[in-house]
Design a protein around this ligand. Structure first.
Ligand code: HEM
Length: 343
């Protein structure tokens, strides 16, 4: 009970302190000096990094994202997930985009990631407009926000100036939590990113959009704890629905079955009804460290979640960045290949 009150207070304080309107995309207010002073971790990156060197940077990204998602709307959620998998492994350094034998992208943990061709297309356009200036890590951060915003999601301020990694290793891809990790494991992983329990609960809310492969949840449906049964924590009617949808591992199911393409707080409402698709989603309502936050997001207006999501995303996109000061990294010419590696 005490924890519930504390969590609600945290949410209210954070909500009140967040000055950017969710509808503020591309508006001038975001570039005010005021904005710069409250932006978290802005000592490394800069909100106006490309203002002089590549003024059309975000415009090029937005246009390409719009073109591609018009043809394939499922690329929007895919880009948001791709960014998480980039930032979750050695930081937001585009390591997930490198494509060679033994790279993160070739690991089984990355098998269902998508959106690479869209990033490559943005990069080749960018090389025409601003050659050798814009990193793939910045492009991924911008494209992911653009896709989320174009889907009706919230806006968050993106600072730029990331450099790209030179290497990536398949074994590191396992650092991004799978759908079967327990809450202690998730909290430890998020702590290693410098993120807290509120960030964990709110960023899991990204599952208000997008899909999971049935293969990801089949053990939950057909072989829970090696019993050949279904996870008893799933609502029985919902379990029936999932079993009907998931006859084959290659099929997909929405992560928020009620409002799958709306960026709202329905995900948390579903969790309270035992309608979480992934084990890690459902665990959030069972654990006393996360349950009060799920309850608060389910019960408060959706705007509370959307604002807090933007706050936590602004933190996520700063995780482990490489900047010019680090004297490592590079601006890749092609996002799937390092300039410095012989292929
Ligand atoms: C808290 C730990 C998290 C776990 C364990 C997790 C796990 C997963 C899993 C297993 C899938 C389905 C993948 C598949 O079946 O191929 C998925 C999908 C997705 N995840 Fe997460 N995720 C987490 C956090 C996040 C975060 C922080 C974000 C973004 C901020 C995110 C965004 C997404 C999106 C948008 C999808 C749908 C992708 C699509 O439709 O292509 N996830 N996640």
């Amino acid at each position: 009970m005490k924890l519930a009150v504390v969590s609600a207070v945290i949410l209210v304080v954070v909500f009140a302190a967040w000055p950017v309107s969710a509808g503020g995309y591309g508006h001038k207010e975001e570039e005010d000096d005021d904005t710069k002073s409250w932006f978290p971790l802005d000592n490394l990156l800069s909100l106006n990094y490309y203002d002089k060197s590549c003024q059309n940077f975000e415009k090029i990204v937005d246009t390409k994202v719009r073109e591609w998602t018009k043809t394939d709307p499922s690329l929007g959620p895919a880009l948001l997930r791709l960014l998480f998998h980039d930032c979750g492994v050695t930081g937001c350094d585009a390591s997930v985009l490198l494509d060679y034998e033994g790279s993160e992208r070739r690991s089984p943990a990355s098998k269902t990631l998508r959106g690479f061709e869209l990033i490559d297309d943005i990069k080749s356009e960018m090389e025409k407009a601003c050659p050798k200036l814009v990193s793939c890590a910045d492009i991924l951060a911008a494209a992911s926000r653009s896709a989320t915003y174009q889907l009706g999601g919230p806006y968050w301020p993106n600072a730029y100036g990331r450099r790209d990694s030179i290497n990536s290793y398949a074994r590191d891809a396992e650092k991004v939590p799978s759908g079967r990790r327990d809450i202690t494991g998730l909290l430890e992983t998020f702590q290693s990113y410098g993120l807290n329990v509120l960030d964990l609960v709110v960023l899991s809310g990204a599952h208000t959009i997008g899909k999971a492969y049935c293969g990801t949840i089949q053990s939950r449906l057909y072989n829970f704890n090696a019993t050949q049964g279904t996870d008893p924590s799933i609502d029985p009617k919902f379990a029936d629905y999932l079993r009907r949808k998931c006859r084959w591992a290659s099929e997909t199911v929405y992560l928020d079955v009620e409002t799958p393409v709306v960026f709202d707080n329905q995900y948390y409402i579903n969790l309270q009804k035992n309608m979480g698709v992934l084990t890690t989603d459902q665990e959030l309502v069972k654990d006393p460290r996360t349950a009060p936050l799920v309850k608060a997001f389910a019960e408060q207006p959706a705007q509370m979640f959307r604002h807090q999501f933007a706050v936590s995303m602004a933190k996520l996109v700063n995780v482990g960045v490489i900047t010019a000061e680090d004297r490592t990294g590079e601006i890749r010419r092609v996002c799937s290949k390092s300039n410095s590696r012989p292929y």
